[in-house]
Design a protein around this ligand. Structure first.
Ligand SMILES: Nc1ncnc2c1ncn2[C@@H]1O[C@H](COP(=O)(O)OP(=O)(O)OP(=O)(O)O)[C@@H](O)[C@H]1O
Length: 341
């Protein structure tokens, strides 16, 4: 497999002198053809700048950027226009033309690319069928729900058969159920049409649902990249850890902890699980040897890139010294926190 997008020590600075803002610094990033690649980071981390470089809406300041094997740094505008034909883009606010119907919106890029009327009609019908809104062809954007608008955005982005689809916060304006539907559609775009997708997001759920690989951006730098499994099962930076935290059940505290205490008289511990493959066996084995009983009182597991991550809060019941010994044993394999009042 060869990378379809490759950043080599790319830097991007806006403005000059004292006003200069470094949006990206020393970015090395490799996106393989056929992947769903997520770029995750907090607001201002440089995510939008990164996608705008890929479709050459902004020039890089330093380094090299290869798209489909071509170094695009310094290419003339005419070549960049050709390149952009191979790259579709969808947006958080959909960016549809309000004065045109669904059909008109999807047909627009085909018109610009010089397709004749009959070919346009065939292609639009095919695309609307693929995204599941064939019955809305003659509606205007204002008559559609957010999810339907994004389907139109996806159909339009795919019109000219791009190799790459850039999705910049494409589900951030949608409710969770609609988000899930749009993500399922994007996954089909990837698997059925073979389009490489670059997803820019600040939402872990998006990464969890569709991404194969992920890069974590922090203040313009890529602080981690790799498979979703590798990056999220053993986060190496605080930024990545904070993202992982957002999909895990909270550790009980405050009133939540008070309520648990009122119901459970034993000692409470929270096990922070990085991979649950062993925890069940470790617990039952340890418990039987230490004459301690346990009850799961809170928490849960989430699948992330194929591993189970989560937090389980347990009530341990037994003699003080037995519970101490059990906790010490669990700590050898698992991060254990005792919840004290
Ligand atoms: N055209 C511009 N001119 C000046 N500064 C810019 C420009 N575009 C982006 N920046 C700056 O570059 C940095 C990265 O911005 P960018 O929009 O890429 O971040 P982001 O991660 O996409 O954030 P958000 O999630 O809020 O959109 C920010 O400090 C931003 O203010």
């Amino acid at each position: 497999m060869s990378p379809i997008v490759e950043f080599q020590r790319v830097g991007k600075t806006f403005g000059t002198g004292a006003r200069a803002v470094t949006a990206l610094a020393d970015v090395d990033l490799s996106i393989e053809a056929g992947d769903v690649f997520a770029v995750i980071g907090y607001s201002g981390a440089g995510k939008s700048t990164l996608v705008r470089l890929i479709n050459a809406l902004e020039p890089v300041t330093s380094g090299r950027l290869l798209v489909d094997g071509v170094d695009i740094t310094g290419l003339p505008e005419r070549r960049l226009r050709e390149l952009r034909r191979d790259i579709g883009m969808i947006f958080q606010q959909f960016n549809l033309l309000r004065s045109r119907t669904v059909f008109g919106n999807v047909a627009y890029p085909l018109k610009v690319a010089g397709w004749d009327r009959a070919s346009r009609e065939r292609r639009v019908a095919e695309l609307l069928h693929f995204v599941g809104i064939a019955d809305k062809a003659w509606h205007y954007p204002d008559q559609l729900s957010g999810g339907q608008k994004q389907r139109v955005g996806i159909a339009r982005a795919l019109a000219t058969n791009p190799k790459i689809l850039l999705a910049d916060e494409s589900t951030s304006a949608l409710d969770p159920e609609t988000t899930a539907e749009v993500l399922r559609l994007l996954k089909r775009v990837n698997t059925e049409l073979g389009v490489t997708i670059v997803v820019i997001t600040h939402e872990m759920e998006v990464v969890r649902e569709i991404a194969d690989r992920v890069a974590v951006l922090d203040s313009g730098r890529v602080v981690e990249q790799g498979t979703v499994l590798d990056v999220f099962s053993a986060p190496a930076t605080g930024t990545t850890r904070r993202f992982v935290e957002t999909v895990l059940p909270d550790r009980p505290d405050g009133e939540h902890l008070d309520r648990l205490r009122a119901r459970h008289s034993g000692r409470l511990i929270t096990a922070h699980l990085r991979d649950d493959r062993r925890i069940g066996a470790v617990l039952s084995d340890a418990v039987s040897r230490h004459r301690v009983r346990f009850e799961i009182v809170d928490g849960g597991l989430k699948e992330l890139g194929g591993v189970q991550l989560g937090r389980l809060t347990l009530e341990l019941l037994g003699a003080e010294s037995d519970v101490d010994a059990l906790i010490a044993e669990l700590r050898r394999t698992t991060e254990i926190e005792e919840l004290t009042a």
